[in-house]
Design a protein around this ligand. Structure first.
Ligand code: MTE
Ligand code: MO
Length: 264
């Protein structure tokens, strides 16, 4: 189905809609981390509309359509996600220096958390919802990784993070690993959530250090969840609370239209 077939266009898109904008949006949606979804053959917009059961007749329905495409991508990406496939790792010589800072605000606004008073809250579908001090967290098994962080804003950088495999932490809190989501609340207004398969992936680390030093404020002190299998925005910094749930928690950018699965 093509939009430039004269008879069809009118019935698919109301004239007041900016057709070019819609196409840009849809192309971005198809191109983003989710391109794998449809493999080499990009499915047509019409075909997608049929798959998602949307009629593209006004602004509202186009929004619903794009949201459904994104959620459809989540499902397929989740299904394609191979829990045993590892993201590439790098050498120390390949690290990007300085490693970039990014947040929805400038670096001077990064939240300063007092480590002495800090308690990591744990809630939801866990056997033990007790809070953790940093000393207790630092005593967990340690792992290091040098991986590439990819930001959808168009940059990527190789960094070195140290911390504990997130699966170890989930085991210790007695998380219900058959639950669908792990959610994160941050010291700024950021929040995120991930699928359980990624939470248990061997390269998913709850990190407390950057390049061998205590994680600096700009990179997310006191901790950042680091997942080389996911795009930058999925990696929450300044984590204050972790919860396990079957209720879709969304995320800061996801709730503004970014794809939730966010695979890299
Ligand atoms: N709490 C919090 N976490 C966040 C963000 C944020 O604004 N607040 N931005 C995300 C985005 S878009 C990116 S690219 C990375 C940037 O991490 P960095 O500053 O260590 O490079 O953090 C992610 N995690
Ligand atoms: Mo990002």
């Amino acid at each position: 189905m093509k939009f430039d077939e004269p008879g069809r266009k009118a019935s698919l898109i109301a004239p007041e809609l900016d057709r070019e904008l819609l196409l840009i949006d849809a192309r971005r949606e198809l191109k983003m981390p989710s391109r794998r979804l449809f493999g080499k053959q990009l499915i047509s917009l019409g075909g997608l509309a049929m798959l998602t059961g949307c009629s593209l007749s006004d602004n509202k329905s186009v929004e619903t359509f794009l949201a459904r495409v994104s959620r459809l991508n989540d499902g397929v990406q989740g299904w394609l996600f191979d829990p045993n496939r590892l993201a590439p790792t790098y050498t120390r010589a390949e690290m990007t220096r300085p490693f970039p800072f990014n947040a929805f605000y400038g670096v001077d606004k990064a939240p300063v958390v007092d480590g002495d008073d800090f308690r990591l809250k744990v809630s939801g579908l866990v056997a033990s919802g007790r809070a953790w001090t940093l000393t207790e967290l630092y005593a967990l098994p340690h792992a290091e990784q040098i991986t590439r962080h990819i930001c959808v804003e168009g940059w990527s950088a190789i960094g070195r993070w140290g911390g504990t495999p997130f699966s170890e932490f989930l085991k210790r809190v007695g998380a219900d690993t058959s639950a669908k989501y792990v959610g994160f609340k941050c010291a700024d207004d950021y929040y995120e959530s991930i699928d359980m398969a990624t939470a248990l992936h061997p390269q998913t680390l709850l990190t407390f250090t950057y390049d061998g030093e205590t994680l600096p404020v700009k990179y997310g002190y006191p901790m950042k969840l680091r997942m080389p299998t996911k795009l930058g925005y999925k990696n929450p910094k300044h984590v204050m609370e972790i919860f396990v749930t079957n209720t879709f928690p969304g995320g800061y950018w996801v709730d503004q239209g970014y794809n939730w699965f966010g695979g890299s």
